[in-house]
Structures are given as structure tokens and as C-alpha cells.
Design a protein around this ligand. Structure first.
Ligand code: GLA
Ligand code: GLA
Ligand code: GLA
Length: 688
């Protein structure tokens, strides 16, 4: 069952018939004197900006008191932008409630697990389930829709901002009430809930709904199913809020598409975006890179997953940074060419819009050291020149707009429920990181030069020859059936430690691990063998394992042992196994190998599945290939992952465009079959 949001893209306010990339930023004109606005628009035009997201944090300015509305300034800037040919993705402005509202109604403020109030003073200080907040927010949405629904600059609605960034978990009494309603919808009766939560344990049996609470600070580990359900509920509660704003907008302005900016990035995990994606007309994402050796891999992974939750349709990169952010422990400036490479890697993975936070770098406030399209230094700056160059390049690449992603033959399966459940407390180890394991597999694909899609559970696995499902911890009966069917149909499945262990209620499958996947894998584990931090074990294929081991017994004669433990408690026992099943297979990796260690195993598994790299040998690992396009025309995005120029031979096709330093060579000038050179950290787009 693929979840495909309806592909309703931006309304074209300027009747421009040529598809082009949306290019722009969050724009916060209320932070600047009126004289700066025309200057902003002049510079936007110079940079090729054609869209801005407006009024995201403008609630206090628009509604300075309960019954006072000030739209004059917003009317003016909307008109100015329209005259400048710039479309507006208009926020509903509900992200940050003004001080008068929190003073009048402190009961909208979130409460932490230990009962502390989250005070105003920053932003997003509201309870997702507060009826009072919702009344005030929807009143604002209504005013915005009535005022600007027919404005010619309006191209889409931007609901709130990064829903859940700071307020996903609220333990207030409002949350408690809404949680009970959610639970009674899920379970129907307290008795069913008692069974699902395993409340025979520690005398937790409930007799009335009113006795049930969010997992507030408790004397010891709160009930794990209660914790898991609270995660599910919290994601659903904000989704419900999203729908409330959206439905009002649909009623008042049915022709204007609606989006909200997701945060598919890093460890942001509270919002089940694969589920939320069905609620918007097009998926938007915010992404910020994290320093370290997997910086670019993580960007690619996130963009790839965003494309998957968008159902293969083009999506909107709503925010990323031109250079440094302000919220990491140390905020690194981007190096030369990072700005364009980062942007184009999102485009490669299906973004038809490239936007930044933000247009003009703030002079005051918590984000004054966060980069922008126009930095503190002004237009005479490297950043602004790079921004303008990217705007021009996106113009050259216009024909790519609207093309869908070209599925790879391999996939990494990503599962929100397993992410949530596998990292809960009172487990064999507290060191397990779900997304890191998935990212390590993805890095290994990149190192081998083999394209892999990152797909979420629920999406179809048809067409994939090899699927890696790292730490697939939660495996309900249906998922086990689906995976068995996939393998019996000739697919090659790879899974890892701590997979198949529990059902949807977080109850252990009995009879030995990996529980629901035991028979498919042809192995049995009686006890887990987690490793202390800093400890490792050697495998006989030269790899090193950390974090985890399993005491594996092979239960099916057909199982091949691909590697065994050489040291540690499991020395001599299998570490990596593979069970052939007809034309398919099911493999198990029982330890954490890290990106490098995975590479060798993955190489072998890919060979078994008949999946090969599409890149010339010398480019593998140094270049990421991403393919867009359907029908006869495809676009190859070739992304140089290194700081040196890379030359590719045998990649034919027309060079549509590329970053500085990327070119076709030939004996007598550029030759479509000649060597293709990618500049350092450069990107080339080839039509084939
Ligand atoms: C998020 C928010 C923006 C801004 C940036 C800073 O993406 O949506 O308002 O705070 O982070 O990185
Ligand atoms: C204590 C408690 C038991 C159990 C064990 C687990 O001894 O009394 O109920 O929780 O710890 O180690
Ligand atoms: C969002 C927020 C930032 C920061 C990052 C961390 O982008 O807006 O302020 O908290 O998340 O991922």
C-alpha cells in the first residue's frame, strides 16, 4: 500500500506557463524598517528568487491584542512582492502565540513529564491538544484566509511552522484527556488496553479510563507500551491540529494548496512524517546538515526518505542554510561549493523547490548568527554571490521540474515504529541508535556507488531486488507476512540485530529471537549479547563488531554462514547468516559493523541479488548518482562527494548544467561522449 499525497503543487500566481524551480526563503520583513523592503525585492530579483514564505512568526504583529488586527503592513509587503514577480507561500502565522494570549490563557502552555510549565519567551509554547489555543489559532487562520485568499501573490498556505519541533511531547491535563480519547478509539475497552499494555506487570491494572495518564515522571521505568502509545498519540495529536488548520483553509480557499514544513533530518523523530504526508497537498521539508564524516550521506538519506514519503512526487525544500546555523554546539560555516552541492542533492532526490532559512540575516534575536541569503556582510559577499549563481543554475535546469524519481533496485527500509520502540528504556542496551544504523547501511551503498532508495514501511517493495531493514524491531504479524512474501517472491532481504523481536504492542514474540522473522531467517537466538561501550569483537571476515552480538543457532540446513565471531563470548558462532529461499534470500547481521564494515558484507549480498553499480569503476564512492525522470528521458545527477575534481568516462548524454568547474571535455571542445569532469564538491546534470 503506497501512500501517495495528492500531487497538487503551487498555484501559479503569475500565469507563468514555464515550469521552473521555486527558489527563495523565509522572509521576515517585520524585523526590518520599511525602507529595507524595496531593497529586499531588488536583491531577490537579482538572485533569481521567485517565492518567499511570509508571516511565519507574525502573530503578535498581526493581532497585537485580542480584538485588534493590523494587516496594513502585510497588505503592503504582499503587494510589493507581487509587483516584483515574487510568489508568496503564506504562513497561517500560528507558530508562536503572542504574550497577550499566554498571559490571558496560561493554560495553553505545555507541561513537561516532570510537571514543569514550558514558559513563553522563545516560540512554539503551546499544547497541541489545547482547545483554547486551537480556538485562538483558528480564528487567526480564518482572518488570514479571508484577507489573502484572493491575493494574486498567494501560491500556497504554509501551516504553522515545524509542528512538533519544540512541543511534540506535552504531559498536561489537556494531553491526558486527549490521550484517553485516543486510547479508547484504539482499544475500545479498558480491558483490551490492559492486555495491550501488559498491566498484569507491577500492579498496573486499570479499571477506569480516568485512571490513565501520559507517562509522566515516575518512580522507575514507565510502562513501555504506554510510552510507545504516547509517542503514537503525540504524533497523531499534532497531525490532528494540522488537519484542523487545513480543513478550515480548504473550506475558505479551496483552490490554494496547503503544506507544512516537516523536519526529516537527524534525530528529529517524534513526528511520523510518512503518516503525515497524506494530509498535505505537497510535502515540504526542512533540512540542516550535521558536521562530521557522514554530513553529506545524512543529507542524501534525508532527501531520499523525503522523496519516499512524498510518494515519488516532487517535493518542496522549505528550509536549509546558506552557511552556518546557530543551534549546534559549534556552528561551522559552509565551505566553497557546499551551498550549491547541498541544494542540488535535494533537487536530485526530487525537490522542485529550493528555499533557505532565511532571506536576510537577523540583526537581533536568537538567530542573529544564523546564515541567510543576504548575510550581515550584505550583498557584497561570497554567500550572496553563491546564492545568485545557484538561482541562475536552477534556471538552466528548469526542464527537470516535474520529473519523478527513478526507483533504484535496492532499498533501505525505514520504520518509525521501530525507531520509537527500539530506543526505549529498560532494553538490553541504551546505546542503540536506530537511525544511525540505517544511515550506516546507506553510507555503505554510497561507498559502493550503488543507488538505494530509502523507503518507509507501508510503501511497496515491488521492484526492489534487495531490501535492507536495519533494526526492524517492531514486526506485527502482517509485516512478517509481507516480508516473507517478498523473499518467497525472489526478493533478497537483509536485517540486523534486535529485529523481529516485538509485536505492535511491544510484547516479545516467544520461542526465541528474532521472533517474527526467526523462521524466515532460519536461525534462533536464546540470549542477546550486547557489548559495553568501547568494547568490540572481531569477525573472521576482517570486520569488527560493536554494540551487540547474538548467540545464534542455525535451524535450517540451507543457511550459509557468511561470517563468524573470532573473539568475544560468541567466538566460533555465526555472526552473519544468509538463508536462500527459492530465488530470494533472507540475511541477518547480528552486530553493529559501522559503515566501513558493512561495505564488505553488502558487496557480497548485492552480488547475490545481482545488483550492480551504474557508475564507472573509478567514480564509485567518490560520486553519488541520483536519477530523475520517467519515460524516455532521464536526468543523471552526478554529485562529487570529494574535495578534488573527478573525471568520469562513459557517462554519455547532454550536459544540461552544472556547478562551476563541471564540464564536458573532448579533443576539439566539449563532446557529449567525452569525459565528464566534476569540479571539487561539484554537481553535473546530464540528460540521457
Ligand atoms: C527551523 C525553523 C526556522 C529557523 C531555523 C534555524 O528550521 O523553522 O524558523 O529557526 O530552524 O535553523
Ligand atoms: C528488584 C525488584 C524486582 C525486579 C528486580 C530487577 O530486585 O525487587 O521487582 O525489579 O529488581 O532486577
Ligand atoms: C529546528 C529548530 C532549530 C533547532 C533544530 C535542531 O530546526 O528550529 O532551532 O532546534 O531544529 O534540529
Amino acid at each position: 500500500m503506497t501512500r501517495v499525497p495528492s500531487p497538487r503543487w503551487l498555484r501559479r500566481p503569475h500565469d507563468d506557463p514555464t515550469p521552473r524551480f521555486a527558489y527563495g526563503a523565509d522572509y521576515n520583513p517585520e524585523q526590518w524598517p520599511r525602507e529595507v523592503w524595496p531593497e529586499d525585492i531588488r536583491l531577490m530579483r537579482e538572485a533569481g528568487v521567485n517565492i518567499v514564505s511570509l508571516a511565519i512568526f507574525s502573530w503578535a504583529r498581526i493581532q497585537p491584542a485580542p480584538d485588534t488586527w493590523d494587516f496594513g503592513w502585510l497588505d503592503e509587503i504582499m503587494d510589493l512582492l507581487h509587483e516584483g514577480g515574487i510568489a508568496v507561500d503564506l504562513a497561517t502565522a500560528t507558530a508562536s502565540p503572542p504574550p497577550w494570549l499566554t498571559t490571558l490563557h496560561p493554560e495553553i502552555l505545555p507541561v513537561t513529564a516532570s510537571g514543569e510549565t514550558v514558559w513563553p519567551g522563545a516560540r512554539q509554547h503551546w499544547r497541541p491538544t489545547s482547545p483554547v489555543f486551537r480556538t485562538h489559532a483558528l480564528r487567526l487562520v480564518e482572518k488570514m484566509a479571508e484577507r489573502y485568499g484572493n491575493h494574486p501573490a498567494l501560491t500556497a498556505w504554509h501551516i504553522s511552522n515545524e509542528l512538533g519541533c519544540h512541543n511534540i511531547y506535552d504531559y498536561s491535563d489537556d494531553a491526558a484527556r486527549a490521550f484517553r480519547t485516543w486510547l479508547s478509539d484504539r482499544y475500545g475497552s479498558v480491558e483490551t488496553l490492559n492486555h495491550a499494555w501488559g498491566t498484569a506487570f507491577w500492579s498496573q491494572r486499570y479499571t477506569e479510563w480516568d485512571q490513565i495518564l501520559p507517562p509522566r515522571l515516575a518512580a522507575s521505568h514507565p510502562n513501555p507500551t504506554q510510552q510507545l502509545d504516547f509517542k503514537r498519540f503525540s504524533s497523531d495529536a499534532l497531525k490532528d491540529y494540522l488537519r484542523a488548520e487545513r480543513d478550515l483553509l480548504y473550506r475558505l480557499t479551496p483552490d490554494t494548496p496547503v503544506t507544512t514544513n516537516f523536519m526529516v533530518m537527524g534525530e528529529t523523530k517524534g513526528m511520523h512524517y510518512a503518516d503525515w504526508a497524506r494530509e498535505v497537498d505537497f510535502v515540504s521539508n526542512d533540512h540542516y546538515t550535521l558536521p562530521g564524516p557522514q554530513r553529506l550521506d545524512e543529507l542524501s538519506f534525508s532527501a531520499n526518505l523525503t522523496g519516499s514519503i512524498a510518494g515519488g512526487h516532487p517535493w518542496f525544500l522549505m528550509e536549509h542554510s546558506t552557511s552556518a546555523v546557530n543551534w549546534q554546539p559549534v556552528n561551522l560555516a559552509k565551505r566553497e561549493h557546499d551551498l550549491s552541492r547541498d541544494s542540488l542533492l535535494h533537487v536530485a532526490h526530487g525537490a522542485d523547490a529550493v528555499c533557505f532559512f532565511q532571506w536576510r540575516q537577523s540583526a537581533a534575536g536568537a538567530e542573529k548568527y544564523h546564515s541567510a541569503m543576504v548575510p550581515h556582510a550584505g550583498e557584497d559577499s561570497e554567500v550572496f554571490r553563491s546564492v545568485a549563481a545557484l538561482g541562475a543554475l536552477l534556471g538552466e535546469l528548469s526542464e527537470v521540474v516535474g520529473s519523478t524519481g527513478r526507483p533504484a533496485r535496492a532499498a533501505v527500509l525505514f520504520d518509525w515504529e521501530s525507531w520509537w520502540a527500539s530506543e526505549q528504556d529498560s532494553h538490553p542496551t541504551s546505546l542503540l541508535r536506530y537511525r544511525q544504523e540505517a544511515l550506516d547501511w546507506y553510507s555503505a551503498f554510497l561507498a559502493l556507488g550503488v543507488r538505494a532508495d530509502v523507503v518507509h514501511t507501508g510503501a511497496s517493495l515491488d521492484g526492489y531486488d534487495l531490501v535492507v531493514a536495519p533494526v526492524l524491531h517492531v514486526v506485527p504479524r502482517d509485516l512478517a507476512k509481507e516480508l516473507t512474501g517478498y523473499v518467497e517472491g525472489g526478493g533478497h532481504l537483509v536485517t540486523t540485530y534486535f529485529s523481529g523481536v516485538v509485536d505492535e504492542n511491544d510484547h516479545a514474540w516467544l520461542g526465541g529471537y528474532p521472533g517474527a522473522l526467526r523462521e524466515l531467517l532460519g536461525i534462533r537466538v536464546e540470549e542477546f549479547g550486547p557489548l559495553l561501550d568501547g568494547r568490540d569483537v572481531a569477525l573472521d571476515n576482517g570486520a569488527t563488531g560493536t554494540l551487540w552480538t547474538d548467540r545464534i543457532t542455525v535451524t535450517d540446513d540451507a543457511v550459509e554462514v557468511l561470517a563468524s565471531y573470532r573473539t568475544g563470548d560468541q567466538a566460533g558462532r555465526p555472526a552473519i547468516t544468509r538463508r536462500p529461499v527459492g530465488a530470494g534470500s533472507a540475511a541477518y547481521v547480528s552486530t553493529r559493523l559501522g559503515a566501513e564494515g558493512i561495505r564488505g558484507v553488502l558487496d557480497r549480498l548485492l552480488a547475490g541479488a545481482g545488483v550492480t553499480s551504474e557508475l564507472p569503476g573509478a567514480a564509485r564512492g567518490r560520486v553519488e548518482l541520483v536519477v530523475r525522470g520517467d519515460g524516455d528521458t532521464t536526468y543523471w545527477f552526478l554529485v562529487n562527494r570529494t574535495d578534488e575534481p573527478v573525471e568520469l568516462t562513459g557517462v554519455t548524454g547532454t550536459l544540461l548544467g552544472g556547478t562551476a568547474g563541471s564540464e564536458r571535455r573532448g579533443t576539439d571542445g566539449p563532446d557529449p561522449a567525452g569525459p565528464l569532469v566534476l569540479g571539487p564538491r561539484g554537481v553535473a546534470v546530464v540528460r540521457r
